[in-house]
Design a protein around this ligand. Structure first.
Ligand code: GLU
Length: 455
């Protein structure tokens, strides 16, 4: 185990010190960023469908609100812990500054395997969490959103619960809602789309031909599916994808729309190849295979072979997209990563000791706080629309998102080139400059010790 795996938060903070060397950050601003503003831990009693009672633990961390209300998702996962939620909230603080939206950073999570719950249990748990954190969140203070294993429907339940508690319809308390409940068009694919816009800029800089560019995507949740879909539609060769249960690989490229359909129909990717009890052919789509899961509804055969999540990371591809959980690329496997470009769609997929190895290997890492910032950017658009009573078209949302992603991508890329640093460090320095400007605007030691306070 690496340090990063043991303590995600301490590892996250290591990036702060590295980037501070290249940012114009006031010492007080840096000090303020070392710890979260406030943490709430809650116990959520849940009446199960069989009548029994279970109590789940949850967290909400408001990391820093100097630039605006804290903002960030709520994760439902058995691996949630306070160190992880603090790290995720810190990353949200930097991410919102990277894309210059007027938010600070926050995050929440419940320690639960949501796949073990029925839909009614899931609804009661979601509402129960909001009942416990209602005084901690709000449209002007802290605004949750979806994250790993939470979706628009859950956001709808949470908004509804908050509105009942406040006795006032309050759509702006949460983003990523269903469209009829005040969600924004374009929010659903925004995280994957933001990463796609970064890749389109790299395509120009590196003169990539999509049909010759091989991509591997680890994680096939919302962000992984959409970035794969958009790249595939542009002619990129997405040769491997995986989810928590395993993955599929084909050197000629996979049929992504087919895999999305299969995943959403069967709820697992490894169902596209045949497993012993389901079908005994070793490779999906091989001659004679009668497995229903090998075929999309249009009769198309999903020819592919099985690959593990760990092996996917080490494939000889041009772009590697980790889009699952944190701590996937560590000191243990960084030397085996062959992709010259990594685009981090997950939060924190690379540990800081792996950063050093990747830098030595000249791997270009488009960091999470830029590459996956499309989600929170469109969350900001949703919040703006809710507060102003607007309803923007999907085209307008996408065009605004593209402008922001493209501009910030180039600012960070140029800073990286000018200072000769990794792209991650440049992204953090870019964020720290903006956070520091906000801290300084409130007055720091420089101001108060000059005696100006009395003027
Ligand atoms: N959970 C997403 C993230 O990590 C979205 C957060 C939001 O929209 O507030 O960026």
């Amino acid at each position: 185990m690496t340090a990063g795996q043991n303590d995600t938060f301490s590892d996250a903070i290591r990036r702060l010190d590295r980037a501070a060397e290249f940012a114009e950050i006031d010492a007080e601003a840096l000090e303020k960023l070392r710890n979260p503003k406030s943490i709430l831990q809650v116990s959520i009693p849940l009446r199960m469908d069989d009548g029994s009672l279970r109590v789940f633990q949850g967290y909400r961390v408001r990391y820093n609100d100097t630039r605006g209300p804290t903002k960030g998702g709520i994760r439902f996962h058995p691996g949630v812990c306070l160190s992880e939620v603090k790290a995720l909230a810190f990353w949200m603080t930097c991410k919102c500054a990277v894309v210059s939206i007027p938010f600070g950073g926050g995050k929440g999570g419940i320690i639960v395997d949501p796949k073990q719950l029925s839909r009614t249990e899931l609804e009661r748990l979601s509402r129960g969490f909001i009942a416990q954190v209602a005084d901690f969140i709000g449209p002007e203070t802290d605004i949750p959103a979806p994250d790993v294993y939470t979706n628009a429907m859950i956001m709808g339940w949470m908004m509804d619960e908050y509105s009942k508690i406040r006795r006032q319809r309050t759509p702006a308390v949460i983003t990523g809602k269903p469209i009829p409940l005040g969600g924004s068009l374009g929010r659903d694919d925004a995280t994957g789309r933001g990463a796609y816009y970064c890749i389109k800029e790299l395509e120009k800089l590196k003169d990539w031909q999509p049909s010759d560019t091989r991509v591997a995507v680890q994680g096939f949740g919302n962000a992984g599916q959409h970035v794969s879909r958009l790249l595939h539609a542009d002619g990129y060769r997405v040769v491997a994808i995986s989810d928590s249960r395993g993955g599929v690989y084909h050197p000629d490229g996979l049929d992504i729309p087919c895999l999305i359909e299969t995943k959403n129909r069967t709820r697992r990717i490894d169902a596209v190849y045949c497993e012993g009890s389901v079908c005994d052919c070793p490779v999906c789509g091989s001659e004679g295979c009668q497995c229903e899961d090998c075929h999309c509804s249009d009769g198309h055969e999903a020819k592919s072979e099985k690959i593990s999540n760990a092996a996917l990371l080490e494939l000889d591809v041009d772009i590697l997209i980790p889009a699952a959980l944190e701590n996937q690329i560590t000191a243990n496997n960084a030397n085996q990563i062959k992709a010259p470009v990594i685009v981090e769609v997950a939060n924190g997929p690379t540990t800081s000791d792996a950063d050093e190895i990747l830098a030595e290997r000249n791997t270009l890492v488009v960091p999470d706080i830029l590459a996956n910032a499309g989600g929170v950017t469109v969350s900001y658009f949703e919040w703006v629309q809710n507060r102003a009573g607007y309803s923007w078209t999907e085209k307008e949302v996408q065009s605004r998102l593209r402008t922001i992603m493209t501009e910030e991508f180039h600012s960070i890329y140029d800073l990286m080139t000018a200072k000769g640093i990794e792209m991650r460090t440049a992204a953090y320095a870019h964020a720290l400059n903006r956070i520091s400007a906000a801290v300084e605007a409130l007055g720091t030691n420089k101001y108060f010790s000059n005696g100006l306070a009395s003027t």
